[in-house]
Design a binder for this molecule. Structure first.
Ligand SMILES: Nc1ncnc2c1ncn2[C@@H]1O[C@H](COP(=O)(O)OP(=O)(O)O)[C@@H](O)[C@H]1O
Ligand SMILES: [Mg+2]
Length: 277
């Protein structure tokens, strides 16, 4: 898929990833082809160890493929990283311990030379959004894991990037906060038109958020299926409200993803692999 300026958000072509370890080679990804259109929300789901994080790291240029290519808005992954084309929120919050909550969120804005008054206003807005307005002057080690994660999410959104890479960003949150953050993320993505690549273990989370859900198989990680979300007549993301979670179409999509996951799996999907709440 391409748009007018010729750029999908992400194009992964024929990607393999092999890790050399002391006990031999580990093939983490095998022949991955995936295109994420500009503005599209795509989730990756699959059992632990199937290569979801590895694929995210390749897109973010934190590691290099063993074969194949990755491009981001038509650039090499490296160039896209240098140009700060995307925001990242990964499993561990990755905050700078010597900076306050506010100045952690402000960091990408500082790096891009945003003037201090505009920066302060934006940081206040972001902290309000993630429910941490009262914690602006605290340090990361004074916060719970879930709160640290919300700081990282605020930081990833600071520059309204046109691509967000999120690896289980809500994994450490309690269920209520998690659903609130999902709704916020849908709203933000709809408002900014950002594409999102999102890793999760939760089928309902993937269904609620995504335009398409990419189902991966156990090692070596392959794409087993891509399930297009059909959630009723109004397909706009803005229509994804809390009520959606109780609608028939939602359950149908949860079932479709679950069947794709369990499909022709040669090995049982372990209880750690996939939450089916
Ligand atoms: N740096 C590494 N060195 C060796 N093996 C790795 C490395 N990173 C990941 N792996 C292996 O690659 C596979 C995929 O890992 P990962 O992408 O983290 O899976 P997931 O995120 O789907 O749980 C696993 O078997 C993991 O042990
Ligand atoms: Mg992972």
């Amino acid at each position: 898929m391409t748009d007018a300026d010729g750029g999908a958000a992400v194009e992964v072509r024929g990607v393999d990833k092999v890790f050399e370890t002391a006990s031999g080679q580990v093939q983490a990804l095998d022949a991955i082809d995936l295109t994420v259109a500009a503005g599209e929300f795509v989730s990756l789901i699959g059992p632990s160890g199937c290569g979801k994080s590895t694929l995210m790291r390749l897109i973010a240029d934190l590691d290099a493929p063993s074969a194949g290519t990755v491009s981001v808005f038509g650039k090499t992954a490296k160039q896209a990283r240098l140009d700060q084309e995307y925001g990242i929120a990964f499993q561990s919050a990755g905050l700078l311990p010597w900076r306050t909550v506010a100045s952690n969120v402000a960091l990408p804005l500082e790096l891009h030379g945003v003037a201090s008054a505009a920066r302060a206003a934006r940081v206040a807005e972001l902290l309000e959004m993630v429910g941490l307005a009262d914690f602006a002057d605290r340090y990361p080690d004074q916060l719970s894991g879930g709160m640290q994660q919300r700081v990282a999410i605020a930081r990833s959104l600071a520059e309204q990037p046109r691509l967000l890479l999120m690896d289980e960003p809500f994994g450490a949150l309690d269920e209520m906060t998690r659903e609130k953050m999902q709704a916020e993320l849908v709203r933000i993505a709809a408002e900014t038109g950002a594409a999102v690549v999102f890793v999760t273990h939760s089928i309902p989370e993937a269904v609620f958020l995504s335009d398409r859900v990419v189902v991966m198989s156990p090692r070596p990680g392959r794409i087993r299926d891509i399930v297009q979300m059909r959630l009723g007549a109004d397909t706009r993301r803005a229509a994804r409200t809390e009520e959606l979670r109780e609608e028939r179409g939602f359950f149908d999509m949860v079932t479709a993803v679950r069947e794709a996951l369990h499909g022709d799996a040669p090995v049982a999907v372990g209880p750690r692999g996939v939450e089916t709440r």
